[in-house]
Design a protein around this ligand. Structure first.
Ligand code: SF4
Length: 309
């Protein structure tokens, strides 16, 4: 099939050199796919390298305390991914690595996309992946608003049975660097001859809901070189992570203002000086803070006030 040939040839020439593309280790590929969920490639690279240095195989991850795993994940966001990865590692260490997309889906944190990605890249299964990039490219090639099922069927029909890993990655790569959401580079697209859209018109991205601005007051209190932190609980998103106690002092000036975006919220943290010990809080040295699962916002605030480098 000519489309497949062109795409694979283009991928061979233009693919980005990324650390998870230099390995055939299913564990490393799995870690990369989980980290890449809802996260930009550039942000993932340093976390991926640190994570694999700390947990080089599935047994190392399975036997590590969850806090260590969350600490390594700290700053990457969507911490449920790290919890699922840790829980799934225990299953894989006990039962062995599932070898098919269908079996992979039974593990915590692995949905249809991730299962197909791991099965094709690590095990050569001809399972087509459908992520946002693939959806966009396939819809533009067809110049139509296809359903997810139709997109999956087309991708499955096109996938190379001999190089499913490269085919899947090529289609995603094309969406990431050529057929981008706002300004596709049609003149340098290897599939332009097969594309019913080209640069004539393309579906405009759906408008996102307007972000919500929110102010958050937090307290920075130190004692003998230690900082006071509270452990978060009861929120699915950040459960178990450490953060600065919330609150506001009226007898001091704001030490720092920190901007932080979460989903569709634009948060503005105001960091106040404090002295009182908040209920349930604990005190940590700089070195100890470096080993804690810390929320990204808390890390930014501690940097802003000079506690962390
Ligand atoms: S020709 Fe343009 S719109 Fe069509 S797939 Fe290539 S980059 Fe996307």
């Amino acid at each position: 099939m000519e489309l497949r040939k062109r795409l694979l040839a283009w991928y061979g020439r233009k693919k980005r050199d990324l650390p998870w593309r230099r390995t055939s280790d299913p564990y490393a590929i799995w870690v990369s796919e989980i980290m890449l969920q809802q996260t930009r490639v550039a942000a993932v690279v340093p976390y991926y390298e640190r994570f694999l240095a700390r947990f080089p195989d599935v047994c190392a991850l399975a036997t590590a305390p969850l806090d260590d795993v969350l600490a390594q994940w700290s700053g990457l966001g969507y911490y449920r991914r790290a919890r699922h990865l840790h829980a799934a590692a225990a299953i894989v260490a006990r039962d062995g690595f599932p070898g098919t997309a269908k079996e992979l889906r039974a593990l915590p944190g692995i949905g249809a996309y991730t299962a197909a990605a791991i099965a094709s890249i690590a095990f050569g299964e001809a399972a087509a992946v459908v992520d946002g990039n693939v959806e966009r490219v396939v819809c533009r090639l067809a110049a139509g608003d296809l359903t997810k099922r139709e997109i999956g069927e087309r991708a499955q029909a096109w996938i190379s049975p001999r190089s499913p890993a490269n085919f899947n990655q090529a289609l995603m790569e094309l969406g990431a660097i050529v057929c981008t959401p706002r300004s596709p580079s049609c003149p340098r697209c290897p599939l332009r001859e097969f594309c019913a859209t080209r640069s004539d018109r393309w579906p405009t991205p759906r408008k996102r809901a307007a972000p919500i601005d929110k102010r958050v007051e937090v307290v920075f209190a130190t004692r003998g070189g230690r900082v006071q932190l509270l452990r978060r609980s009861g929120t699915a998103l950040l459960d178990g992570m450490w953060e600065l106690p919330s609150g506001k002092q009226t007898d001091g000036d704001v030490l720092a203002t920190v901007k932080h975006g979460v989903l569709n919220q634009r948060l503005s943290y105001r960091v106040w000086p404090g002295r009182r010990t908040a209920a349930g809080a604990r005190w940590f040295t700089v070195r100890e803070v470096g080993e804690l699962p810390l929320t990204t916002a808390a890390r930014k605030c501690l940097k802003a006030v000079g506690f962390l480098p």
